[in-house]
Design a binder for this molecule. Structure first.
Ligand SMILES: CC(C)(COP(=O)(O)OP(=O)(O)OC[C@H]1O[C@@H](n2cnc3c(N)ncnc32)[C@H](O)[C@@H]1OP(=O)(O)O)[C@@H](O)C(=O)NCCC(=O)NCCS
Length: 273
């Protein structure tokens, strides 16, 4: 798991906490804290946790999308003071301006994005909410040479023990994540959500504002948890599940269903077919 040809290796010995960390090719860093392995997939996450050990700061990045959720990502980068040379991408919307808020250029073709990756910076983050679209963009821009990058608000609280956050995750302000939490790649967690201890969350999951995932839960990939929903302790949710806003999920849910209500019941099966 360690090591990368030609990669930067930055050994740090800091009393009581950091024993070693080392960069891998997608800005992944393994970080030993009091003998607990924490896997950070971005320099930003590591700096977030250990902001007093800021040793490497880069502030240029391509954000895929220039509407809706992209504006939430902009806010994270503003909080992290990472606005320098920030560029957005939107080749879908016909009404998109040349610049977002008259300040941040919006690229409109894959050719421009490729040039950006080659000549400016290879990192990209996805400013689109829909889990399936996010996965599609991940594949598209990785194939173009981009490196999938996490953006994490400094106004989140993340446990220091046994936490792993996948590449390309977006975590907004007010989120609280406890210890022993594993989050897959490309997952987004909106404002003021709570992820309790011993939780496993899959890839490209969307967790809406104020949702709560209580202890020992497991959330499958591509699942969307609606605003204010509560997943009770130990509940296992499948892949491609839609959980309605305000639902209280008291028992396990199979793949590909829509569930709503208090307590939540299955309202639709084969939801994404
Ligand atoms: C679940 C949701 C996507 C609707 O899905 P849908 O497939 O269009 O569902 P429908 O509107 O056809 O409703 C199906 C059933 O679920 C019920 N339902 C839908 N949303 C519900 C909710 N939030 N709470 C309780 N029941 C709900 C409907 O009343 C209907 O019940 P019935 O079959 O007994 O009449 C939507 O209601 C929702 O909650 N979205 C989450 C929005 C959100 O949090 N966004 C975050 C943006 S950051």
């Amino acid at each position: 798991m360690y090591g990368r040809k030609g990669g930067a290796y930055l050994p740090h010995i800091l009393t009581s906490h950091v024993l070693r960390f080392q960069f891998l090719n997608e800005w992944q860093a393994d970080y030993l804290v009091n003998n607990q392995l924490v896997v950070y997939h971005s320099v930003e996450m590591m700096n977030h946790q250990r902001s007093n050990y800021c040793f490497l700061s880069r502030s240029i990045m391509l954000i895929i999308g220039a509407k809706g959720f992209a504006k939430d990502i902009l806010e994270i980068l503003q909080q992290n003071d990472e606005l320098n040379q920030l560029v957005f991408y939107d080749d879908l919307s016909s009404d998109v301006e040349a610049e977002l808020f008259g300040e941040f250029p919006i690229l409109k073709s894959m050719e421009e994005a490729e040039q950006y990756f080659l000549n400016v910076d290879a990192r990209f983050s996805i400013g689109i909410g829909n889990p399936n679209l996010r996965a599609e963009m991940y594949h598209k821009f990785t194939a173009l040479g981009g490196l999938f990058h996490a953006t994490i608000s400094p106004k989140t609280e993340i446990g220091h023990y046994g936490v792993s956050i996948g590449k390309g995750c977006n975590i907004l302000s007010g989120v609280k994540i406890s210890n022993s939490v594993e989050i897959g790649m490309g997952t987004m967690i909106y404002y003021n959500s709570i992820i309790n201890h011993d939780v496993v969350i899959g890839d490209f999951v969307e967790i809406s504002p104020g949702a709560m995932v209580l202890g020992n839960c497991k959330i499958g990939s591509f699942t969307h948890i609606g605003s204010g929903a509560i997943i009770l302790p130990g509940v296992i949710i499948g892949d491609y599940v839609k959980i309605a806003a305000g639902a209280v999920v008291t028992h396990n849910m199979p793949d590909n269903v829509m569930t709503a209500g208090v307590p939540a019941i299955i309202k639709k099966i084969n939801y994404y077919n």
